[in-house]
Design a protein around this ligand. Structure first.
Ligand code: 26Q
Length: 814
């Protein structure tokens, strides 16, 4: 495939005819978009074919990444970059009568995830391909992704996200590879002894795979992500009912089956235990393991080599039933004896934990698992039996330890503990930042770390420099490429360190400031468009973008804004630096406390933006429907990055890394990866506040009286009173009473205890901002010193500590 503009243009016209059945003269914008996408795609497919051939020839060890979520972001810009066809595409687009950017805007973002965990999966796949590691990502093709967020009277509204309504050019369906997945039913004995049994499902559904291409940057490797969708067999449609006019009944079975992959579950601590969610999880696992075994058997015969060729990384506990499913396949279907099967299984799996919140550790009622997956329940009991015997050998007579470690929780109802199954069935377990991994070993999974210390690792998260610097921030990337003498930094982000010695260079500083300003102008255009709020592109851009969760403490940010508002109201000449507070983030639909906080942010924003005095300095912009696309717009404009979770609660955070790499300075607690960011950028380039994890844990354990902080601190009292008085809810005193009561009387996340430290630190932020050269230096240092947070480094760590896989180079095209 050559890459001159004439060839590209000819390919495109041919594709317009073949794929859209229309002509240059009558091509709609969507015709043009789709045709262009397909023309770019053709270049990737050719690379994919060479990758598949190289992998087949090498028969290497593969990484299989199992995740219920992927947040890939838009593919159009990325694929232009990775195929180096931007210029040809621009010419070709205008030949069809459309500006390239207008067509790129038609690209839909597949929102197949909630937040950090899903985006991490996408960044890791990008870095796997870039490192030429043979890998496949497996996931679920939800018809509806994470809901679209809008606001009505400041409150969150959820709308369905029909992301593939117009079809997507990036996806290839493979109906020939459909396979059957069972649910319910019973188990029965085989002739002969041993643990082997037969599962007779009561219901079967079809799993249909489709794949999307995952190209590496600056390499020929193109891996794939394989997504499964539930389809009903054609005899599920009841023509008899239809003919009788009973249209609902006619499609009832079709709907029932296809509902399995209808919608992504929003992360929701209150809505656990839904049968359909467990069905989704098992559906993903069953399809994927069948596919992995099929791929293994293409080149290998003996299961003794399975663990040499296969490593399966479990992204949190959502796909953990894979451990029982592999045992079922090996023991029941391939007749391996139990110990041999268990030896293989344990070597194959590795588990990443993404949480510290005990309430977020997944468990499923035994009664549900028994009914939905009867054979898996038996296998879990058997695994547990062998495991508890092992614990007994190491800690004879320690019954309490066995109770704590059992795969089955007994009280208040019997439940399967998925994290325990994950640890017992894996050869490696990792947390996602140093503090997180330490706390996992010391607390959440302490008993397991005592039993098997060698299994526990840290692999600090990372982010894609290609997406979050090169694509999101072309201006800064241009400057980096110019200063570093080429684009090599995009595969070796440590090269950013070369900037450090120029942090005081006048010319660099001025370019740096100019880029930030222009990025803020771009953001201002979008904010005006999306919210009507007008923001000053010279004001400091103070950004808090993440899911709404009480532990992340958006409420602390609100109290700060109200405090500044009061200072200006009380004294219009008060020394307050002009700031734009930019918020983005969704709350799970059933998480009422988080939704109240969203409404409060909007309420405070409306009051501040409408106040003639305060709005001269302060504006609040809550960008609706925060997603990867919005992140790419907001992050390059950010000056200040809010990472203010209660210490010991945020496993890692990855937005913190994206923002620091784009030259935002962090104001944060010693939580998650903030600690590692501060270690690298230096404490003079980081605004630290609040209790650390040990102090916070002590405060929570002792007698904690949040009200005493309210009583002693007049600014805090004024802020809380204003919220309680209805100042941000049109005089309605009840609107935020639940929010006020929760911080005054419970304050689970120590908002009150950290308020004064936070506000004082923000005053220091103001001081630093007033000295433009000092601020710019801090900003440059953040970019220069955060190369460590590349997902390429994360992949190196997984390779060395967990996977032990080698790259396979894909030959060039001739
Ligand atoms: C569970 C049960 C039912 C429905 C949904 C869920 C569910 C879905 C998604 C539970 C959790 C999630 C996502 C969790 C997540 O994104 N965790 C984040 O992972 C990041 C990557 O490691 C970390 O940086 C963040 O600190 C962590 O919060």
């Amino acid at each position: 495939m050559t890459d001159n503009a004439d060839d590209f243009g000819r390919n495109m016209v041919a594709n317009l005819y073949r794929h859209r059945g229309t002509t240059v003269e009558s091509a709609s914008a969507r015709d043009a978009y789709h045709t262009l996408a397909v023309t770019i795609r053709d270049r990737l497919i050719e690379r994919y074919a060479r990758t598949a051939a190289a992998h087949y020839a090498a028969n290497p060890r593969f990484v299989y990444y199992l995740s219920a979520e992927y947040l890939l972001g838009r593919q159009f810009e990325q694929n232009l970059l990775y195929t180096d066809t931007r210029e040809q595409a621009r010419v070709a687009a205008s030949a069809l009568g459309y500006p390239l950017d207008d067509l790129a805007a038609l690209d839909a973002e597949p929102g197949l995830g909630n937040g950090g965990l899903g985006r991490l999966a996408a960044c890791l796949l990008d870095s796997l391909a870039t490192a030429d590691i043979p890998a496949v990502g497996y996931g679920i093709r939800y018809d509806f992704g994470i809901f679209t967020q809008s606001f009505r009277d400041g409150a969150q509204r959820e709308l369905p996200d029909d992301w593939s309504h117009y079809g997507t050019p990036w996806e290839f369906a493979a109906p020939d590879d459909r396979l059957e997945v069972g649910f319910y039913g019973h188990t029965e004995a085989y002739n002969g002894s041993g643990p082997r049994r037969r599962w007779v499902p009561g219901e079967t559904v079809l799993g249909e795979p489709s794949h999307m291409l995952v190209p590496g940057w600056g390499t020929e490797t193109v891996n794939i992500i394989r997504l499964w969708r539930a389809v009903a067999s054609s005899d599920s449609f009841d023509l008899g009912h239809f003919s009788a006019g009973r249209y609902g009944d006619a499609v009832e079975n079709v709907t029932h089956v296809e509902n399995i992959t209808r919608v992504l579950y929003p992360d929701d601590s209150t809505e656990l235990g839904r049968e359909l969610r467990l069905k989704q999880q098992y559906f993903l696992v069953a399809c994927t393991l069948r596919d992995i075994v099929r791929r293994f058997r293409l080149r290998n015969e003996d299961f003794d080599h399975f663990a040499d060729k296969v490593v399966i990384q479990l992204n949190d506990t959502h796909p953990v039933m894979a451990i029982a499913e592999l045992m079922r396949l090996l023991v029941d279907e391939y007749a391996l004896d139990w110990d041999r099967a268990w030896g293989i299984t344990r070597r194959v799996f590795a588990y990443t934990c993404h949480t510290l919140l005990p309430e977020a550790l997944e468990t499923w009622p035994v009664s549900l698992v028994e009914r939905l997956l009867p054979r898996h329940m038996e296998i879990v009991y058997l695994i547990n039996h062998h495991f508890l015997a092992d614990v007994e050998r190491h800690f004879p007579g320690d019954h309490d330890r066995k109770r704590r470690m059992s795969l089955i929780q007994e009280e208040p109802e019997r439940r399967v503990r998925m994290a325990h199954l994950a640890v017992v069935g894996s050869s490696a377990v990792n947390g996602v930042a140093e503090l997180h991994s330490d706390l996992l070993s010391a607390e959440t999974l302490r008993d397991f770390a005592q039993l098997w210390p060698e299994r526990f690792h840290n692999v600090t998260n990372g982010v894609s420099s290609r997406r979050f610097l090169r694509i999101a921030n072309p201006r800064l990337s241009g400057l980096l490429t110019e200063r570093l003498g080429g684009e090599e930094w995009l595969r070796d982000l440590d090269l950013l360190a070369d900037l450090e010695s120029h942090a005081d260079d006048r010319a660099l500083q001025e370019r740096w400031r100019d880029i930030k300003r222009r990025n803020r102008e771009d953001l201002a255009l979008h904010v005006k468009d999306a919210t009507g709020v007008v923001i000053d592109p010279d004001a400091m851009c103070d950004v808090m973008i993440k899911r709404f969760h009480e532990y992340k403490r958006q409420l602390l940010k609100v109290l700060h804004i109200v405090t500044l508002y009061h200072r200006l109201r009380d004294d219009p000449a008060a020394d307050v630096v002009p700031r734009t507070f930019v918020f983005g983030g969704k709350a799970a639909p059933g998480y009422h406390a988080a939704k109240r906080i969203i409404a409060l942010v909007n309420g405070v924003g409306a009051a501040v933006n409408a106040d003639p005095v305060a709005s001269r300095r302060l504006r609040v912009a809550f960008v609706p429907n925060y997603n990867v696309t919005r992140a790419e717009l907001i992050i390059p404009a950010a000056d200040l990055s809010e990472q203010i979770s209660m210490a010991g609660k945020e496993a890692s955070g990855t937005g913190n890394m994206k923002l620091a790499l784009n030259g935002a300075v962090t104001v944060g607690t010693l939580d998650g990866a903030n600690i590692e960011i501060r270690d690298r950028v230096g404490d003079e380039n980081f605004f630290l506040f609040g209790q650390d994890a040990a102090e916070a844990a002590r405060t929570r354990r002792g007698y904690y009286d949040p009200r005493s902080f309210y009583e002693r601190d007049p600014e805090l009292r004024a802020a809380v009173d204003a919220i309680a008085s209805g100042a941000f809810s049109g005089g309605d005193r009840g609107a935020f009473s639940s929010v006020v009561d929760s911080i005054l009387y419970h304050d689970e996340y120590l908002v009150m205890a950290d308020y004064r430290s936070y506000v004082d630190t923000q005053d220091a932020v103001d001081g630093a901002w007033r000295d433009a050269d000092r601020w710019t230096r801090m900003s440059i240092m953040n970019t220069a010193r955060c190369g460590f947070f590349s997902a390429d480094r994360t992949i190196r760590d997984y390779r060395e500590r967990v996977w032990h896989v080698d790259p396979v180079r894909v030959g060039p095209h001739h």
